[in-house]
Design a protein around this ligand. Structure first.
Ligand code: HEC
Length: 118
């Protein structure tokens, strides 16, 4: 019993030291992406990676896209769903440019599929 308690308090202490942040599981590995998700990854690389991380937390020029759909809300507080994310991509947001004239429907769908793997 005492041993169990000691182990438990050890775990709690470790959690406290590490800031008590539950760490999110990593994104789906690149090698396991479907063809559509991989096309979306290429769109991300070309159009978004200059300003957004995909596989780590923290801001680049904009907020990280890591685990975006695994949270309830986007950084702005809008719900994290395809409708809002599509609107952000097409119309832009704050200093983020809009992509309505730069990517077609197919690329948008591929990109959303990729973002869902993060
Ligand atoms: C020039 C830099 C830049 C590029 C390129 C860019 N973004 Fe952004 N993005 C930003 C900034 C800055 C914000 C935060 C805007 C704000 O808070 O007003 C943002 C916000 C976002 C958000 C969060 C919106 C919200 O409601 O919180 C999403 C999702 C997003 N970007 C996705 C993308 C995707 C996908 C691409 C590629 C098609 C992309 N961004 C390209 C700079 C960029």
């Amino acid at each position: 019993m005492i041993r169990k308690l000691a182990v438990l308090s050890g775990i709690c202490l470790a959690a406290l030291v590490s800031g008590c942040k539950p760490s999110l599981a990593p994104s789906k590995p690149l090698s396991q992406l479907s063809p559509q998700e991989h096309s979306g990854y290429l769109v991300y690389q070309q159009d978004c990676s200059g300003c957004h991380y995909a596989n780590q937390t923290g801001d680049l020029h904009g907020p990280s896209l890591f685990a975006m759909y695994r949270k309830k809300y986007l950084p702005s507080g809008a719900p994290a769903n395809d409708e809002r994310v599509s609107a952000t991509i097409l119309n832009g947001h704050g200093i983020m440019p809009g992509y309505a004239n730069l990517i077609d429907q197919q690329q948008l769908h591929d990109l959303l599929a990729y973002l869902h793997t993060l």
